[in-house]
Design a protein around this ligand. Structure first.
Ligand code: ADP
Length: 218
C-alpha cells in the first residue's frame, strides 16, 4: 500500500531513505533547511521543500500532520533532532522514526516519544563484524536477545546430504526453514531433500545452537 512519508534532514542517510521510498512507490515529502540538498532530491520525491524542521508553524503549514510516517534524519544537530521529534509527536504523527548519533541521543529520543530509533553506523558496524566473524554467514535477523534467523552457505560438509541425514533439529536444536539455490527458494524442505554445495540454508534457532551448527556442519 502506498504510504505518505515525510523525510526530514537530507544528509547521506535521509537521502538514501528518500530515494528508496520513492523507488518503492511511496509519496515522499523531503525537507531540509539547506536549499542545495533539497534541490538534489527534486527528482526523487513527490515534494521537496526548504524549511526549518524545528519551526512548528512551517511543519503545520506543510501539512505534515496528514502523513502516516516521519523519518527524522538529522544526525549532526542533537537539539534540532530532539525538538523536531517532539513536535512531530505533538502534531499527532503515529510513527516517528529517528536517526540517532549515539546511545545518549537514542535515550533522549525515546524519552520524547520516538517510535523507533536507528543508529545506522552502530548497527552497520555490528553487521560488518558478524560478516567478518563468519565467512559462511550471508545475512541474519535478530528476533530477540537469544533467537535469530541466519542465512549460511552450504559447504562440502553438508553437500550431498539429505535433511534427514543432517538431522539438524535433533543434533543442534535449530531448524532449517528454507533452502535457496540460485533464484529458487524451497520454503517447505522435505527430509528427503538433498543439499548441494553452495546452497544457502536459512535457519532459525537459539544463537548458540546456530553457532554450533555453523562451526560443526557447514
Ligand atoms: P548524514 O550523517 O546522514 O549525512 P547529516 O547529519 O550530515 O546526515 O545531515 C543532516 C541534514 O539535516 C543536513 O542536510 C542539515 O541541513 C539538515 N538539518 C539540520 N537541522 C535541520 C533543521 N532544523 N531543519 C531542517 N533540516 C535540518
Amino acid at each position: 500500500m502506498k504510504k505518505q512519508v515525510v523525510v526530514i534532514g537530507l544528509g547521506r542517510f535521509g537521502t538514501s531513505v528518500c530515494k528508496e521510498l520513492n523507488k518503492l512507490g511511496h509519496e515522499v515529502l523531503a525537507i531540509d533547511r539547506d536549499a542545495e540538498r533539497v534541490n538534489g532530491l527534486m527528482d526523487y520525491s513527490a515534494h521537496a521543500v526548504v524549511a526549518d524542521a524545528t519551526d512548528e508553524r512551517s511543519l503545520k503549514s506543510l501539512g505534515v500532520r496528514n502523513f502516516d510516517h516521519a523519518i527524522v534524519a538529522i544526525g549532526d544537530n542533537l537539539q534540532s533532532s530532539v525538538l523536531c521529534t517532539l513536535m512531530l509527536k505533538e502534531i499527532g504523527l503515529k510513527k516517528v522514526w529517528v536517526k540517532a548519533r549515539d546511545l545518549q541521543h537514542q535515550k533522549i529520543l525515546e524519552r520524547v516519544g520516538a517510535d523507533r530509533v536507528i543508529q545506522p553506523e552502530h548497527d552497520m558496524g555490528i553487521r560488518v563484524a558478524h560478516h567478518m566473524d563468519s565467512e559462511k554467514l550471508i545475512d541474519y535477523i535478530d528476533l530477540s536477545k537469544d533467537y535469530s534467523i541466519v542465512e549460511l552457505v552450504a559447504t562440502e560438509k553438508t553437500a550431498n546430504k539429505t535433511l534427514n541425514q543432517l538431522n539438524v533439529n535433533a543434533k543442534f536444536g535449530c531448524t532449517i526453514l528454507a533452502i535457496k539455490r540460485g533464484e529458487d527458494v524451497n520454503i517447505v524442505p522435505l527430509p528427503s531433500d538433498v543439499i548441494q554445495y553452495g546452497d544457502i540454508l536459512i535457519l532459525i534457532g537459539h544463537r548458540e545452537d546456530l553457532k554450533r551448527f555453523e562451526d560443526k556442519s557447514v
